[in-house]
Design a binder for this molecule. Structure first.
Ligand code: HPA
Ligand code: ZN
Length: 334
């Protein structure tokens, strides 16, 4: 099973670039930017990676992102993740980035987007991995702040495919961002949002009805509401599920109790993703491997998950078809 998963062509649809910041690279970049960290060693930093809830994690995640200053930093961070994609047979990835985490600290939008985009171009050439970008608004900040971010993104519209919504969910419902999502859609961005990770099913309803999302990030709590499940199926919306994130943030007590298989059995289009792999103990393949073991997933289940990852990506239809063909060829040889 492990080898089957490692060689399985797949896409990753829920990944925060700031969450791929491995401690080793974090220390290296902090050093070259003359930033003194609160932690004296990589081991000490890693010890802090124990979380009771989403907010607990976010505090450390934003601290880590605070050492990114130059275009080269954003390039190195992104390229390092894309190399991991190539090693794991991740053929395509849809990368979220949080501009406000950086612009709030005085880093120019341009620095962030150029560093990330140049790494994506290089990876396409050198690694044969495709990637597109999802610009995520921080929901703990105001809608006005999100509007400023949308404005700043416009000169770089050709580099950005979608907009997302992340950070502290509880108390920051999707309705807070209805207008900025409307404006983002008018600009041609595809809307997605984190919903139902810690928030209840009503947050998912809002994301569907008010933000008009085309994919649901996490979405675990949709299972609270039978009508919502039917609506998600009817609208053919996929969920980007992140199993190791869910256990790390105590959204799910144990992987054996994860509802991913139940979602699949209900007919919800489900995918497996790593979210913030540097913080949650595993890249995307580890998420597949651990979930397969915990839930007894079959090769057919794993094929379906990989199939969904391509089918529900925002790649052009011809690219999707090519990736699915590659997947089918692989699966037919098993
Ligand atoms: N949820 C909300 N915000 C985030 C996450 C997440 O899982 N990862 C990075 N920002
Ligand atoms: Zn996320």
């Amino acid at each position: 099973m492990k080898t089957f998963i490692e060689n399985l062509p797949k896409a990753e649809l829920h990944l925060h670039i700031e969450g791929t910041f491995e401690p080793e690279l974090l220390f290296e970049i902090a050093k070259r930017n003359n930033i003194k960290l609160k932690y004296d060693s990589i081991e000490e930093l890693k010890k802090a990676y124990s979380f009771d809830c989403l907010q607990d994690f976010l505090n450390i995640y934003y601290q880590g992102a605070g050492v990114l200053i130059t275009e080269q930093d954003f390039y190195d961070l992104t390229y390092s993740y894309l190399q991991k994609c190539a090693e794991q047979n991740v053929r395509h990835t849809e990368i979220m980035f949080d501009p406000q985490t950086h612009t709030e600290r005085g880093i120019a939008f341009e620095t962030v987007i150029n560093g990330i985009s140049k790494a994506i171009e290089a990876a396409k050439q050198n690694l044969d991995v495709s990637a597109l970008l999802i610009m995520s608004y921080l929901r703990h900040l105001s809608e006005e702040d999100a509007f400023n971010t949308l404005e700043q993104s416009l000169p770089f519209k050709d580099k950005i495919t979608a907009v997302g919504l992340d950070s502290s969910e509880k108390g920051n419902p999707p309705s807070k961002f209805q207008k900025v999502f409307e404006a983002s859609i008018k600009e041609g961005y595809i809307p997605v949002a984190h919903a139902g990770e810690e928030g209840d099913a009503d947050y998912i309803w809002e994301a569907l009805d008010l933000l008009k999302i085309k994919r649901i990030d996490h979405g675990n709590n949709c299972l609270q509401d039978e009508k919502l499940i039917q609506e998600i199926i009817k609208r053919d919306l996929a969920l980007t599920v992140c199993p190791l994130s869910n256990t790390a943030l105590q959204v799910v007590a144990d992987l054996k109790e994860h509802s991913l298989k139940k979602m699949m059995d209900l007919g919800i289009k489900t995918t497996i993703n790593s979210d913030d792999p540097a913080y949650f103990g595993g890249q995307v393949n580890q998420n597949y491997i651990d979930t397969q073991k915990a839930l007894n997933l079959t090769k057919k289940d794993l094929y379906n998950l990989a199939y969904n990852s391509f089918q529900y990506s925002f790649s052009p239809e011809n690219e999707k078809a090519n990736y699915i063909k590659e997947l089918d060829e692989y699966y037919s040889k098993q």
